[in-house]
Design a binder for this molecule. Sequence first.
Ligand SMILES: [Mn+2]
Length: 505
Amino acid sequence: MPPNFKGAVDERFPGCMKGRTMYVIPYSMGPIGSPLSKIGIQLTDSAYVVASMRIMTRMGTAALRTLGDGEFVKCLHSVGRPLPLEDELVNNWPCNPEKTLIAHVPERREIVSFGSGYGGNSLLGKKCFALRIASCIAKDEGWLAEHMLILGLTNPEGKKKYVAAAFPSACGKTNLAMMNPTLPGWRVECVGDDIAWMKFDSDGRLRAINPENGFFGVAPGTSTRTNPNAMHTIQRNTIFTNVAETSEGGVYWEGIDQMIPAGVTISTWQGKPWKPGDAGPAAHPNSRFCAPARQCPIMDPDWESPKGVPIDAIILGGRRPAGVPLVYEAFNWRHGVFVGSAMRSESTAAAEHKGKVIMHDPFAMRPFFGYNFGRYLEHWLSMEGHKGVRLPKIFHVNWFRKDAAGNFLWPGFGENSRVLDWIFRRVDGEESAKETPIGYIPKDGALDLTGLSKVNYQELFSLPKEFWEQEVREVRQYLTEQVNEDLPKEVMKELEALEARVKKM
Ligand SMILES: [Mn+2]
């Protein structure tokens, strides 16, 4: 812990809630009473936080009863704006940007958050607890706390498997978690859309729970076309943050794909008049819906099962416009851990003029690691050493490859069920793969493309040598610079093996 930490806390907190109500929130991450669940208690001076935590966690007396005299994660939050206000609020948000402090003390199981009302900084059960603190607890206790969705997948014969999947932001994670498959007879059911806590049970099966109780999703781009199940979920009991508002009291955002009825006007997230065609977005690009999971029409019957659901496959992915095929399967667990360490995704750079860049985001955990990334990789590798465990197969997908003209090569959304179908069959041991230098891909005809006319299969799965040479160089540079001497030698060996295979392409 930095020596000035106590000083920084003491400078901010005394008197910071003056004039406001302090709330005490006992809550459970995970179903109440599940051996995989954990309890937290948050203090906050924000009613917005209380209302949102009530949706996102199991809050109240039941959590307190389950806690008894047990251990809990201590969460302290203040917006940092005592009343009466000394200066005017910006955009109606009580916050204190000059003094914002978000700190985690894993060894004391403690979170301190000052000056921000932003979801990730103020709903402390979510990223702060369920990923950063929990990843440390998981390391100590031999399990995994991951930035992954969980879904149940049922084939036309009624056989069911569960998969967990990690994607960086802007890859359609919530859409995949709530997908309506286009492949006839298939069914997807949702266990969670953001976080998975996973632990091997006494039979050696990896069991996962969703520690959350709701969805805190990005609103823009959500529509009845892209995610009808999410649209159904947010019809009631939902908190919208920084979306635009209609004169009828409804909500509006970019990509909502709804006609604005005659006579209805729209005000932006900042309360200014707006009409289609106006400059600037109506809703903030990171505006959110916060809705109870139980309102999702395709929640899995076992989504609250205390023992969790058995995970057969782990899917990793990214937004890769070039070079990375639609799907490939890792050769084995160790190779899969390497694939996770090398995950990259296209994102909009923070500085507007830089445009789009391919960012490294290992396991989609880059902002959420609670401890040293090298140790994290070691922890993943160590799963192989657990006696009698059935390790899930690891896959990598890319829904976002483009052709030379900049058009997507794959239709995505419900059509992604075709990829899930192949993954399902691979997990069942079907001989439907062929080996390539980067992993196994579907052998010719193994991916069901029935009814899809315009897919350029060759281009979708092509592996340009120059691209992969460059990729290896960039991954090596990243791992060397970022992890350095903490990089497990097994991961470096996987990189070198990939380099050698690419050389022979
Ligand atoms: Mn997330």
